[in-house]
Design a protein around this ligand. Structure first.
Ligand SMILES: [Zn+2]
Length: 369
């Protein structure tokens, strides 16, 4: 079974909007209640592991008697709050995450509900949801009939737009494809990557960079406003709107580029970069994080995988920049050197040379596997 999510904008009525806001609030309330209770239990029994194990975890049902208004919202949303908390704890105990945090009012507003007995249905231009009846939506792409809806996440953006992400499940087992067309990508600090075939750089479109500049300008204006004032609030919304625009443009661009590569090639070779480590150690901080490389590789992996194609990750310590892609000679390269010139006579753009090396390394790994 494979999963795929489809995200659409929805247009709730005033009443539906109120109920959604109320549900966001109830989910947060129940989550925080359960977390507080679990913390308390832990404090109480932490010295007696046997007793601690015997304690039952709180459930949303428990609070419904005391807080009647919880009954007004989708009970599946509350059940999912419990699931999320359990997941947070599991991740914490597995060393994958920090200790679960209380959800602040300012946190992302969303809730998830599940398909149970046909309670969710996509109709023409509308979606039927628990408690909300039918909500208007713009469905810009079809969900194939063999995709079964599993759950829906309703969210509100910082600027007050509503979205629904529909998670589907479908039977899919792609046949692994033989790799004939292979490409190597060298991560580019400015832009996205340089590819091995033509040495072309995938640059963000100009309008994206313009929006980024606009964002910087609006943020500067915000920093001059007095916190809490009406003008501050107005500017904050403006910043949030441009922020959303930047995020959407970037995502579109990453989808487009990964789609092109996944259609054109059977295999894509990349360096297995640890972006977090990289941004910390090289002080590239923001530019790496904003560059979207992580998101891009996720898209790429997915788009290749669904066709039985391959994303090949090579060791990040492989000296892709220092190696001559023509003769294999290794030499030191200063960060400022834009051209790779080897004693064998080979001269090449630095990043293109690296991309070719990455491709060749991936080819070797494929041959070995
Ligand atoms: Zn050489």
């Amino acid at each position: 079974m494979a999963n795929k999510a489809y995200k659409f904008r929805i247009y709730p009525t005033k009443e539906q909007e109120q109920l959604m806001m109320k549900t966001f609030g109830c989910v947060r309330f129940v989550y925080n209640k359960m977390l507080a209770e679990r913390k308390e239990t832990y404090e109480q029994f932490k010295d007696d592991k046997e007793m601690l194990k015997k304690q039952k975890h709180p459930t949303p049902a428990k609070y419904k008697a005391e807080f009647e208004w919880l009954k007004e919202v989708d009970s599946l949303a509350l059940a999912n709050a419990q699931m999320n908390l359990q997941k947070s704890y599991r991740n914490f105990f597995a060393g994958r995450a920090k200790f679960p945090q209380f959800k602040a009012r300012k946190a992302k507003q969303s809730y998830t509900t599940n398909l149970v007995n046909g309670n969710i249905r996509l109709l023409n231009g509308h979606i039927q949801l628990p408690k909300l009846k039918t909500v208007k939506l713009t469905q810009h792409r079809d969900i194939p009939p063999h995709h079964k809806i599993k759950s829906c996440t309703i969210s509100r953006s910082a600027t007050g737009k509503y979205y629904i992400s529909i998670l589907t499940e479908y039977a899919h087992k792609p046949v692994p494809k033989e790799v004939k067309a292979l490409v190597g990508l060298d991560f580019a600090m400015d832009g996205l990557y340089v590819e091995s075939e033509q040495g072309e750089k995938a640059n963000h479109p100009r309008f994206y960079r313009q929006t980024q500049e606009k964002l910087a300008k609006e943020q500067k204006v915000l920093s001059r406003r007095m916190k809490g004032s009406a003008r501050y609030e107005k500017q904050r919304l403006r910043v949030a709107a441009v922020h959303e625009q930047v995020a959407n443009q970037r995502k579109d661009f990453l989808h487009k580029k990964s789609r092109q590569l996944a259609n054109q090639y059977d295999g894509v070779v990349i360096e297995d970069l640890n972006m977090k480590g990289m941004s910390q150690s090289l002080h590239f901080g923001k530019s790496v994080a904003d560059n979207g490389w992580g998101m891009f590789t996720t898209f790429l992996q997915y788009k290749l995988g669904e066709q039985g194609k391959h994303l090949i990750k090579i060791n990040k310590w492989f000296p892709s920049i220092k190696t001559c892609s023509h003769c294999g000679h290794v030499k030191q390269m200063a960060l400022s050197e834009r051209r790779y010139a080897c004693e064998c006579g080979f001269v090449c753009d630095r990043d293109w040379n690296a991309a070719i090396n990455i491709k060749n390394e991936g080819k070797m790994m494929l041959a070995l596997s």
